[in-house]
Design a protein around this ligand. Sequence first.
Ligand SMILES: [Zn+2]
Length: 323
Amino acid sequence: MRNRSTILLFALLTCIILSACGGQGATVTSTSQIPPTELVSPLSPLATPLESPIPTLIAFEPFDGGKAMEFARDQMDFGPRPTGSEAGRLTGAYIARRLAEFGWQVEEQPFEYLDTPARNILAARGEGSLILLGAHYDTRRRADRDPIDPTQPVPGANDGASGVAVLLELARVLNVEATGHRIQLAFFDAEDNGRLDGWDWIAGSRYMADHLQENPSLMVLVDMIGDADQQIYWESNSDPALRERLWTIAAELGYGDHFPPQVKHTMLDDHVPFLQRGIPAVDIIDFDYPYWHTTEDTIDKISAASLERVGRTLQVWLERGAP
Ligand SMILES: [Zn+2]
């Protein structure tokens, strides 16, 4: 069992450090199936429903960083993707369409935050105890750390697209049956406007954690993992045992130089609402990124090799049964 008071203390300290906790809650709406018209190309005005996705054959295929980069580029083609924007809506539809193509059951979880429509995209597949993998797909509405133009939106190649790209490529290649688990993928909205216009951080993951129908046994978050100059340290709020298991697999795959097994940063990120419910959770995040919350967070700053290291680590861990 985890020590809940320790988790809560960590969370409290994090809140104090970042001064970003509390604030307004999201209003409640129910989880619903995405209507078929949402699953077709968002760019097609005469959309017709997709045929039922054909379950893909179970065959081992390694995570491909090049494919993940394609999924990152596809998101970047929508432009900046802040919560409530048309680009954000199109990105959500794109993610849902891809997941359905790869044979996953897709649901949307709409909610409202500070009068802004938002929605998490959820997908699941397989049987057994539940493992949740998450990433946020919204991008920050203003690049407030930009030295030249802090009023522009963040493009969000690393902070947004990279985590989603890894989960989409995992959705394509993962041998879910081999994991022995039910795998759920969560694409969170409303993560990244914290301390702008009265917004809090991580509204989408808080909403999901407040409306769980089944508690995941484990949760892993990927955020800002695409930096071409990649060093992913342990994050201090993360579950120590699960963190160590993941980093051990990364080292075994030859990625040790990119996964230093030492604590460096403390993050208020989408794993925290799950930790607060006693669910062991890890934030895989490379927070040493000079373009964070600037207009320079562009596709040239991330690399296929970086996405692949994270994706293969997760794939190997999961296909061994997530020990
Ligand atoms: Zn951010």
